[in-house]
Structures are given as structure tokens and as C-alpha cells.
Design a protein around this ligand. Sequence first.
Ligand code: GDP
Ligand code: ZN
Length: 458
Amino acid sequence: MISDTIAAIATAVGESSIAVIRVSGPDAIPIVDRVFRSKTALTEAQTHTIHYGKIIDPVSNEIIEEVLISLMRGPRSFTKEDVVEISCHGGMVSVRKVLELVLEHGARIAEPGEFTKRAFLNGRIDLAQAEAVMDLIRSKSDRAFGIAQKQSEGLLSRQIRELRQTLVATMAHIEVNIDYPEHDVEDLTNAFIREHCESALVEVDRLLKTAGQGKMLREGITTAIVGRPNVGKSSLMNTLTQESKAIVTDIPGTTRDVIEEYITINGIPLKLLDTAGIRETQDVVERIGVERSRSAIAQADLILMVLNYNEPLLEEELDLLQQMTHRPVLVIINKMDLPQQLRMEQLEDVVEADRLIRMSIKEDQGLQELEKAITDLFFEGRIESQDLTYVTNSRHIQLLKQARSALHDVIEGVEMLVPIDMIQIDVRRAWEFLGEIVGDSATESLLDEIFSKFCLGK
Ligand code: GDP
Ligand code: ZN
């Protein structure tokens, strides 16, 4: 008999407009009710009803988020338990606060795939479905997958918005030209349009190219564990994978020098790379495994740099840290159980305090701090996975193609000296197609956007 109540972000991470937090278990309704203010108490509410209200921290009375709550009493729910789904529309910070509140008030964070697992255990799904669930849990979690997918969508939106900014700038430029149609301005304008629309075209093509790749999102956030031999990289890798062994896939390293493991931390999918791998070098000249580290660092979305508390910092380590100040790096000071040899002052200049994690892997210290730091970086949007930028949605692909064709028309028009107000129409079409991808309403906002961002002093 399952007696505890679990919660997790079930959908959006990143810039998507709505995120759903799902809470399931015997206390789902009273737990959420503790942090929810609305006309009627959830505990009184009927099943399959939706409630508007505010999530409030009952201790500070701070309003965290305006939400819609869907309430489903078991057994008529996905898990057959009482389920509450909280739809938030704010950014990730408030979504996360809501989740934290729910956790503080009695739920625990769900493990990857756990909602599905409960559905199975409670007889909600059959054997065939259960097998699919096993697969999911073995390979990766549905929740992790959802997060990866949503983050990808968030990144795509950001790139589309940047593209649209370029086009808005172009349109603003053209407006000026239409108002002041002197010749010299027109030449400049043509060059401007060409340059901007060509660069937009390159970007649209790049996005379209990712569409066919089918590399999928299973890769997760590429995380390189770097450091010189013997600092504890492999130990860290082992600890992290054991922590989440339910979802670790035993895929042996596909590259020669690097061991890969797939894990999730609070639902965030990570692909861990132990750079030194099996063949650790003992060569003094190559103390830090420079070459391997560098290439791993270059391709990493997140870098875990491991240092030894029990040894003085090496010049090479300091150099490496200095080079990485603008990258998402967490510096792990391992072997805190041993006497101090490392001078912390040396680190303070190059590493922000909240990026320093003190650990003793041997004595099981600091793992939670590390997981929290990784989660924080991720939710603050400081980790961006290149792997996650994939256009997978066929509607998006269609719209990108239409935008591409409109941009082609623009460039052709410029070449053929088509009147500028005709060209404007095509720029605008491209801008509108891209707008449909991110769901920005088209026409009304156009002029506002031009005038707020490119105030022409009229
Ligand atoms: P790597 O070469 O960086 O992969 O380091 P390993 O993970 O192979 O660890 C090197 C040695 O340090 C092993 O003998 C580990 O047991 C030991 N070690 C790892 N973490 C700690 C720690 O926190 N404290 C102590 N005292 N020893 C550790
Ligand atoms: Zn190792």
C-alpha cells in the first residue's frame, strides 16, 4: 500500500508559458490546500473540478503564483490516487517556489517515472503498458524527457524571438525610408535589409537542419567531470549514478577515453562524462589530462571541476578555472575528510562562493549540496544544452519553411529593385510566420514593438 504523496513538475521547464505541477497520493488534496487560497477549500471540492486561486506561503503570507488547480479524486485519476494538478503560468522561478512549498507541506519529490509506476502498481495500466513503463524507467524517465523537450522548446522560442527582433529592426529601417525617401537612404536601406535578412535566413536554415536529425532529446545535459588524476572523478561518477540507479542506463562509453552515464537529478537529465575514463594517465606532464579535459569542456553544457582538498592547487588547475569563468562550472572540493592542503583564498578570486561545493565522497558528504547547485543552475537558466535545441514539431517546421521562402522573396526583391514598400510586405510575412511558432499574436503588437524598441524620435 502506497502511503506517501509525491509531487513533481510534470511539464514545462524553460520559457514555456504554462507549467503543471502534479501531486499524487493520499494527502495530495490537503497538502495543496495548505498553500492554496480560493473561494472554496479544496478538501470540500468535488472530483474533476477546476479551481482558480493563489498559491500563498502560509508562513510569510507571500503570494507566490496565480494558478488553476485541477482536482481528481481517486480512483478516477491517472495514478488511481487523489491527484491535484497546479497549472502555473509564471516563470520557472515561481513554478519552482510552488513546488518547494508543496514539498515543505508534506509531499516528497517524485522519482523519475514514479507517477506512471504508481498507475501500474494501482492497476491503472495493464501488462503491455507496464512493460513500456519498465522500458521508460530503465532508459530514462518520462518526466526527464518532458523536461528536455520543454527546455528545447524554450530555447527554440528564444532563438525565434531573436530572429524576429532582427526583422523588426529591418522593418523599422524600411519605415524610415518610406517616410524620407531620399536616394542615399534607399541604398543604405537595401544594404541593411539584405544583410539582416540574409543572416536571418542562415539561422532559419540552421534550425531547419536540426529538424531532420532525429537525434532526439535523450542526450540530456552534457556534463563533464574534469580534474587531475586521483581527485575523485570516478568516485563522483559512481556516487551520482548509484543515487539514481533506477534510471541509469548501463551504456558503456561510446568513445574511447570517456565513460558516459545517464542520470537524472530532480528530473533533470544529465549525460555524465568522466573524462579520464579507464585509462587514467599517471604521466606528470599530463597531470591534468589537458587535451581530453579541454575537448570535454568545450562540448559540455555543465562542467564539474573536481579538486583535492588534501593537495595544494596546481597552476594548471588555476589556469583552467580562469578560462572557465564564463561557463557553467561547479567546483567540487573533494576529500574534505583529509587534512587541508588547498588554500581557499586562491579559489575565491576565480570562483563565486555559490559555485564551490565541499564534499567528501568517501564519507558521503556534500552530495545534496551538489545536486541542489546543479538544480539551481538549471532552473536559473544558466545551463543551456546545445543538444536540446531541436525543432521536432511539424507545425514549426512548416512555419520555418514559410519564413524561409518569405526571406528569399525579400532578398530577391532587393536584387530586383522592387519598391521598398513591397519588400516590407515580405519582411513582415517572415516575421509573422516566426511569430506563429512562438505564439505571439501578430498584427497589433507590431507597431508597438517598432516604436518601443526603435523609437524614431517622431
Ligand atoms: P579519479 O582519478 O579522479 O577518477 O579519482 P578516483 O575516483 O579514482 O579516486 C582516487 C582515490 O581517491 C580513490 O582511492 C578513492 O577512494 C579516493 N577518494 C575519492 N574520494 C575521496 C574522499 O572524499 N576522501 C578520501 N579520503 N578519499 C577519496
Ligand atoms: Zn577516474
